[in-house]
Ligand binder design. Structure first.
Ligand SMILES: C[S@@+](CC[C@H](N)C(=O)[O-])C[C@H]1O[C@@H](n2cnc3c(N)ncnc32)[C@H](O)[C@@H]1O
Length: 310
């Protein structure tokens, strides 16, 4: 059994930037220890308008794709749009690589997408695209986690896995009921001084280790608010486990796609510093509520700074 070391923990600092994480200019190189995030998923309908808004090339191609009558050409437009969406995400992964310390870890929660556009069905393997881009940037890919979500049930009628075929083979397809938590490392493993007190104070139990360091996580989301559903917020258990697994007390955790602020909230409770970037300013009141600013829960143990990128 590992002995827990009693230590005095310092105040933690949290910065929320309302801005675009494709350029995180106010984060210094090699100053972040862990990235925990979930981006907008390419080719999932709820994120179409965001991608069109942040990249006008996507918007223009989308218009052309909708007007195109030739199926093959249409398919080509769709693939071009898909590539561009990932290129936009890759700008963020590149920034994450720059700001991570040597041995720092990036955990990226992403789901694949299936989509029928004008009757053409296609699988978009987002997880594979993210791995491809991150490896090009220089990240080392570590074994990933499959987050099994029990909420996605097979569909029997209308659109969905069974497309009205009921119980008859062979034309149905498998339901996408897992998302990926991809894990990357920058460079070699992190180095610590022998018996580093903060590292020892951050240890997990044997039971936690056995449950967390396995490939399949069955996690049901807690009941979500309307705003959490709007941005597909992840349950707190996801950043909780990842922060405990891959950082130590006093480290800095970054979420470049902050959404409702879940990662910052959990970082506060786990005595890590944090930085969150969110492009949609309308989420600020929800973020403030989640991290305890509007409830005036701020204590001497942490402070939150909000910056609006110009
Ligand atoms: C899947 S949601 C994240 C949800 C978050 N994990 C939570 O628990 O609330 C993705 C978020 O990224 C934001 N976003 C998309 N592109 C961005 C960019 N370039 N810079 C900053 N935020 C961005 C979206 O507005 C959205 O809120």
């Amino acid at each position: 059994m590992m002995e827990k070391v009693a230590i005095k923990t310092e105040k933690t600092y949290h910065r929320i930037v309302i801005g675009d994480s494709r350029k995180m200019e106010d984060i210094e190189d090699e100053s972040v220890h862990l990235v925990v995030t979930s981006p907008p998923y390419p080719m999932i309908e709820m994120w179409d308008s965001l991608f069109k808004k942040i990249d006008e090339k996507i918007e223009k191609l989308w218009e052309r794709m909708e007007l195109e009558r030739n199926k093959k050409k249409k398919q080509r437009y769709i693939m071009e749009i898909y590539e561009l969406m990932h290129e936009n995400l890759a700008k963020v992964w590149k920034e994450c690589y720059r700001v991570l310390v040597d041995g720092g870890i990036a955990c990226i929660n992403i789901g694949d997408a299936t989509r029928s556009i004008n009757g053409m069905f296609k699988l978009f393997p987002n997880h594979a695209k993210v791995i491809e881009h991150c490896e090009k940037i220089g990240f080392v890919t570590l074994p990933y986690i499959l987050w099994k979500k029990p909420t996605n049930k097979p569909k029997y009628k209308g659109k969905g896995a069974f497309l009205g075929s009921g119980f008859l083979p062979p034309n149905a397809y498998v339901t996408l009921d897992c998302e990926f938590i991809l894990i990357f490392r920058k460079g070699e493993t992190r180095k610590f001084k022998p018996k580093d007190p903060l590292r020892y104070a951050s240890s997990y139990t044997k039971e936690e280790r056995d449950r967390w360091f396995t490939q399949i996580w069955e996690i049901t989301g807690a009941r979500q608010t309307v705003e959490e559903r709007r941005v597909a917020a992840f349950p707190e258990k996801i950043p909780y486990r990842l922060i405990r697994m891959f950082s130590v007390i006093g480290d800095t955790v970054l979420d470049p796609f902050l959404g409702t602020g879940t990662t910052v909230k959990v970082a506060i409770t786990l005595k890590r510093n944090s930085i969150g970037y969110e492009i949609d300013e309308s989420l600020l009141p929800i973020i403030k509520k989640k991290v305890g600013i509007s409830q005036k829960l701020l204590t001497d143990s942490y402070s939150v700074e909000i910056i609006k990128q110009t």
